[in-house]
Write a protein that binds this ligand. Structure first.
Ligand code: PLP
Length: 445
């Protein structure tokens, strides 16, 4: 049991105490080295111990660490907002800073409801979402999350916001293939909107690539364009939850940009502070802010530590580091190479069912049978075993899956820091192979 976060590891493993990090590596108190193949939780996007970030941290600490956002702002917060607005596509110009991805999606939900209220429409209060999704752990964010195991305990307190299937092509609910499927899973949104009535729906929220709930489930080209069209047709705001997929993870500031889709509201977190500070943001477009600025003038939300100058200065330094070192430009090439290597592993390891994802956000789904796609039984704890075997070998991978019972099963995410170099990438690939060999051996015992 770790007293700091009240966790008893499922497989009764002892949690190593991490002493320090350098680049893509972590070192524990026993001196063991780990290659961070997951950027922690898809967060440490520029690796550990980057001197420029430590310097920015120190400089800001010398100036001011806290001001209360209701009465003051800071240079750091203003500069960060300017930088984010400049990096994002379209007119996504208004930043509301918070401390976690969950708070960002909660804020996005409130922004959407407030937008309609300021326009004099008081019935639009629902925020539709998809099954096999994760938008955060607080009650509003969990209401939007189609993650049945995380919802289970709280169901009576939650809204029924998840309403449509995800674009889970590996296990298509219609047994069809894109694009000949005509994107039926996207078109479900229209059917649901017609059933509920657009007058009750404020927004639709989706992760461009499904992370924690599904192991980097990526939509086929064309999917999000249809979602955007449906939202526009029924006057429903589109919120892209880019907490995991944004901040350069797939080679663009937003993953939506790959498909030329611009959301009305977007959330960023995780990589925004790259693990150096707790920071996340809900960014509203000019369209969303217009009635709010003409009405009550501010977003009806906020936390004591919103727009904390220390966090903002760190995040600004992270974004500048990404820009200065042209890191986003290299992501697609590194990701394509890694994905191809993972694909090739299917021949040697029959438990690899699907390899998916984009840029350096890649997922591997494990199955008992590659041909029938039969999942492993839950009680086999395959994901947890894989994570622990990797850790023993000196590799960190991110456990995912179990978003909806009986549909998707075991998967991990491979998402090393975007700064990973060629030699480290080779080492990562070897460590993944070693982990899979150890798993094969454990299955045969
Ligand atoms: N949204 C997405 C897409 C996420 O992946 C996560 C976390 O995994 C969250 C929201 C919640 O973020 P946090 O854990 O920082 O509250």
């Amino acid at each position: 049991m770790t007293r700091s976060n009240l966790i008893k590891p499922i497989l009764d493993q002892v949690y190593p105490v991490i002493d320090y990090g350098k680049g893509v590596y972590l070192f524990d108190k026993e001196g063991k080295k780990y290659l961070d193949g997951a950027s922690g939780a898809v967060t440490a996007n520029i690796g550990h111990g980057v001197p420029e970030i430590i310097e920015a941290m120190n400089e800001q600490a010398k100036k001011i660490s806290f001001v209360y956002r209701s009465q003051f702002t800071s240079e750091a917060a203003e500069q960060l907002a300017e930088k984010i607005a400049a990096l994002l596509p379209g007119q996504l110009n208004w930043c509301f800073f918070v401390n976690s991805g969950s708070e960002a999606t909660e804020t996005a939900m409130k922004m959407a409801i407030q937008y309609w209220q300021e326009k004099g429409i008081h019935t639009k209060k629902k925020v539709l979402s998809r099954w096999v999704s994760y938008h955060g752990i607080t009650m509003g964010a969990l209401s939007m999350s189609g993650h049945s195991s995380r919802r289970a305990r709280f169901v009576p307190l939650l809204e029924d916001f998840p309403v449509i299937h995800p674009p889970y092509c590996y296990r298509c609910p219609y047994n069809l293939k894109a694009p000949s499927c005509s994107f039926l899973c996207a078109k479900e949104l229209e059917t649901v909107i017609q059933r509920i009535g657009p007058e009750h729906i404020a927004a639709f929220i989706a992760e461009p690539i499904i992370g924690a709930a599904g192991g980097a489930i990526s939509p086929p080209e064309g999917y999000f364009q249809i979602i955007r069209q449906i939202c526009d047709k029924y006057e429903i705001l589109f919120i892209a939850d880019e907490v995991m997929t944004g901040s350069g993870r797939t080679g663009r500031m937003l993953t939506c940009e790959h498909w030329g889709v611009i959301p009305d509201i977007v959330t960023l977190g995780k990589g925004l502070g790259a693990g150096y500070a707790p920071i996340a943001v809900a960014v509203a477009s000019e369209k969303v802010m217009e009635p709010i600025l003409n009405g009550s003038k501010s977003i009806m939300s906020g936390h004591t530590l919103s727009a904390n100058p220390q966090s903002c200065a760190i995040s600004l330094a992270v974004l500048e580091y990404l820009e200065k070192n042209k890191i986003m430009r290299q992501v697609e090439e590194k990701g394509n190479y890694l994905k191809q290597q993972l694909e090739e592993m299917k021949d040697s390891f029959s438990f690899i069912g699907d390899v998916r994802g984009k840029g350096l956000l890649l997922g591997i789904e494990f199955v008992e049978d590659q041909h029938t796609k039969k999942p492993f039984p839950r009680e086999a704890f395959v994901t947890q075993k894989m994570v622990e075997l990797a850790k023993e070998i000196g590799l960190i991978v991110y456990p995912s899956g179990s978003g909806i019972d009986g549909v998707n099963g075991d998967s991990i995410i491979i998402s090393p820091p975007l700064t990973i170099n060629e030699q480290e990438l080779m080492e990562l690939i070897q460590l993944i192979k070693d982990t899979f060999s150890a798993f094969s051996k454990s299955m045969n015992q």
